[in-house]
Design a protein around this ligand. Sequence first.
Ligand code: ZN
Ligand code: ZN
Length: 107
Amino acid sequence: MAVKLLRCVYCAREFSFTETEQQYFSEKGYEEPKRCPTCRGRKKENSRDEHDNNGNRREAGNQKNRYYHVSCFACGTQTTIYYRPSPERPALCSGCNQGSYRKRRRF
Ligand SMILES: [Zn+2]
Ligand SMILES: [Zn+2]
């Protein structure tokens, strides 16, 4: 095995995936990292990648003043919400948030 060069999906820079890391990742059954170490570190501080709908990674911590640009779960309108959307609490625009969307949920 040799050092691999991977491209960060976030900043598009190449970073090295060392032999040790490769071993560690394969032992753990992890996939190759998608982000460079810089972006991985930065993510904890200031996450701006919420618009990539790539998965439901759990992130620790409820930071204040975070917001998400999303489509309303009920009507599809683009909206900004101030909480993390989840299955229990889907993203809703202010209109849908006021009415109880559960009553008119059709799926
Ligand atoms: Zn990066
Ligand atoms: Zn809506």
